[in-house]
Structures are given as C-alpha cells and as structure tokens.
Design a protein around this ligand. Structure first.
Ligand code: V47
Length: 416
C-alpha cells in the first residue's frame, strides 16, 4: 500500500484523495500552496505523474522561431516587445522564417515552434503564408506549432474573420498545433493591472476550445511569480481543468516562471526554486485531466528542471536552439541544449528518457542509457559529444504511436 511521508498534517485529506484518484478542490489547491511540506507535495505529485507516464520523462528536438518582437501590446511583464522605431526592434522575412524552419528540420527537429509580437503592419495573408512556407520547408513528420491565442485573436481582428475561421485557414495552410502562451493569469485583476490590452481570459479559453474542436492540439501555460496571489493561481488551474473537461485537447501544461529583468515589473524578485517546484507539483495534482506537465528549462534553469522530474514533471521540453522572450528578460540559461544533454539530464534521475514529437508520439526511447551524472557527460549547451547517447528502438506502451511508419494522417489521429 502506497503511503506518503507527510510532515504537514493538513495535507492528509489531500493525500487520501490523491491515492483514490479523486479530483482536488479549490480549497485543496489553496491548502497545498499554504503548506511548506514541499517533499510531501512532491511525493503526491510523483505518484500522480507515475500513474500517467510511469518511468518516462519526455523531451523533443525542436526549434523556436520568434519572427518579430514588434508588438502593439506592451504588457508590463514583457521585455521582448518593441515599437517599430525602437532600438532592438526586428522582423524576419518569410524567406528567413522558412530557412530557420528548414535548418531546424535538418537538425532533426520534430517541431517548429513559432511565436511573435503583434506586428501592426503584417497582413492576415502574411500570417497564413508564414504557416504555408514553414510547412513547405519541412518534411511531413515535422509539426508546425504556431501562434498563441493572442496572435489568433489579432489575426481575427485584422481580417474581420472569426477566430474559428482563422484557425480553419491556418489549419488548411499546414498548422498542426498551438503553443500555450498568452494565458498569463486568468483573473481580471491581474490582466487590468499588467496586460490590459491583451486577450481576455474567456477569449483565450474559447480559442483553445475551438482549436480542439478542429483537431488542433494545444498546450496551456500560467505565468506566475509577479503580481498574482496563490488563490489566483489555483483559480487559473481550475479554469484550464474546466476547459479540458469540455474540449479535451490540451496536451501539456507549462508553468512559466516570471523573469523580471528589463520589464516594467523589474523591481520584483525572481521566483524561488521552492516556489517553482511547488507550482509544478501542485499543477500535476490539480490538473488531473491534462496528460503532461512540462518544465521549460529555459525559464526554470537546468537544475530545477532536472529535479522537477521528482515533483510531478514528465517533460523537459526540447532543444529549443534560439530563444528570445526569456533571454531578453534576463534568463541566464543556455539558448540551446543538445539531444544528449537532455537524455543525460533525464537518465541521471533514474527515469527513461523518451524523445517525442509535439503530439507525444514516440520518436525513440533511451531505456538503456547509462545513468551517468549529466554534468559529467560533457558541457551542457554545447554540441553533442560523440558516442554519449546510445538510444534504443522505442518500445512504447499499448496505445503509443512510434513514429517512423505512421503517415501524416494516421499520426494526426493518434495525437488526439
Ligand atoms: O506568452 C513573456 C511568457 C510566453 C515573460 O506551448 C514571460 O509548448 C517569463 O508560451 N518572464 C511565451 N515569461 C513562451 C511560451 C511557451 C514556452 C515553451 C513552450 C510552450 C509550449 C510555450 O512567455 C508568453 C508569456 O506568457 N513571458 N514575458 C517574462 N518576462
């Protein structure tokens, strides 16, 4: 019989629910945040995570592209956005986006992840072409995951179309998935105080619901560690859970740790490792209907991301290659990791590293990877060391899709 070693007796009723697989309430979420029993919360989250993913920790080879930082929304938490005439403003051409995507695919990426500012001069057709050009630049098995719900709303505004029509057009051009950004914290208090021009919570959730109904898988996020309260974090998680009950297309939840440098909230401290791990673990416990909890190592740092695999996390995102949003806000992590870095980080924790695509179809399982300390395997963030990885052919559990043989249409079915 499983039991948890809890030092906070207030967590006992929650532990019983976790063992029984009973959904946690808002009050449970608030009690978890009020507790300092991080290891107790972590054990419960690990138990919940093992029910879904067993020993696996997923990662992927991906390529982030941020085509412009010129943005008509100037959110207080953002260090990335610029006005067109400001120093540091940039915009890529469609040729440059397609070239970056092709390079990513040539380097083994299974996902091209595109997120931009809201450029005041880009036309609707430009966005559609961006997806079509990206799609054409990469092989069929590469997933085009592009545009947050905030960008989808922007495209609807500039085109006069509904957000559902925009999603239909993008899908026809080759879009497979939406990233989870732009959710921030759903409560109106925070939105009005720090990102008043940005997509309202109901609209963000509606767009993701529409995407799910159209067979476009999505992720979801929460930007934490700024002006929000713990209650607002719990309410945010519950709204995501309710949306997932209705439309079911969220694949992963990614808590995004606020980076204050160079933002209008620069006087705030960065999040602590304690809060990061607690937030990831609480997310695993509250979001009983979202399959994966992802640590975005770019924001959390490599050490917290690695340890988080014992706190409910079953995914370390990917190789990324180029990241601007967090690095302009003071991130000190590398911009890229190699596949071997990720395999070694995961293997050291005793989990099985599993390379996946955006839809969590297995590319390769590294079950026989030696559990060498990641830090001894070579410098992190550098080109792979020859011979470090010796991945085995994937042997997925029942229901898993092993990539390689699946056609694009079969693969799309399996990802849902
Ligand atoms: O939408 C902006 C956030 C998001 C800051 O879906 C900031 O797989 C911290 O959504 N400090 C973009 N965060 C990143 C994102 C994402 C990342 C990785 C994977 C996926 C996925 C999605 O970053 C923005 C905003 O919520 N952000 N500024 C900042 N200063």
């Amino acid at each position: 019989m499983t039991s948890f070693n809890l030092t906070d007796p207030a967590l006992s009723p929650i532990a019983e629910k976790v063992l029984a697989g009973t959904r946690l309430s808002r009050e449970d979420g608030i009690a978890l945040y009020a507790s300092s029993d991080l290891l107790g919360i972590g054990q419960m989250a690990d138990f919940a995570r093992r029910r879904i993913s067993g020993d696996r920790v997923y990662f992927m080879v991906n390529r982030h592209i941020n085509p412009t930082n010129i943005c008509r929304n100037r959110c207080k938490f953002c260090a990335f956005a610029r006005n067109a005439d400001e120093p540091g403003a940039y915009e890529m051409t469609l040729d440059e986006v397609a070239k970056a995507a092709a390079e990513g695919a040539a380097d083994g990426a299974y996902e091209i992840h595109i997120v931009s500012g809201l450029h005041p001069d880009w036309s609707y057709e430009f966005y559609i072409d961006m997806v079509a050009r990206t799609r054409a630049a990469v092989p069929d098995h590469v997933i085009v995951q592009a545009f947050t719900a905030v960008e989808i709303e922007h495209m609807a505004i500039i085109s006069g179309k509904t957000t559902r029509e925009v999603l239909e057009d993008l899908k026809a051009a080759g879009l497979d998935a939406l990233p989870g950004g732009g959710a921030e914290i759903f409560g109106d208090r925070t939105r009005l105080a720090a990102w008043d021009k940005k997509t309202k919570s109901d609209v963000w959730l509606r767009i993701h619901g529409e995407a799910h109904e159209l067979g476009i898988a999505t992720n979801c996020t929460m930007l934490y560690g700024h002006i929000e309260t713990q209650e607002e974090r719990v309410d945010h998680l519950i709204r995501l859970r309710e949306q997932q009950d209705k439309t079911g297309g969220f694949l992963a939840f990614i808590p995004l740790a606020f980076h204050p440098a160079n933002t209008e909230l620069a006087d705030l401290p960065a999040t602590s490792g304690f809060d990061d791990l607690k937030t990831l673990a609480i997310a695993r416990l509250m979001l009983d209907n979202i399959p994966h909890i992802k640590s975005f190592w770019i924001m959390l740092g490599l050490k917290v991301a690695q340890i988080s695999t014992a706190f409910g996390v079953d995914d370390l995102d990917g190789t990324v290659v180029e990241e601007r949003i967090t690095h302009m806000a003071g991130a000190t992590t590398p911009e890229a990791l190699s596949k071997d870095d990720l395999v070694n980080m995961i293997a050291e924790t005793g989990h099985v590293a599993v390379e996946r695509d955006t839809l969590y179809r297995i590319v390769k399982s590294y079950a026989e990877e030696a559990a060498v300390p990641a830090w001894n395997a070579g410098p992190i963030g550098c080109p792979p060391l020859v011979g470090v990885s010796k991945g085995t052919a994937a042997t997925g559990a029942e229901g898993d899709v092993i990539l390689g043989s699946a056609s694009r249409s079969e693969a799309g079915e399996a990802g849902r």
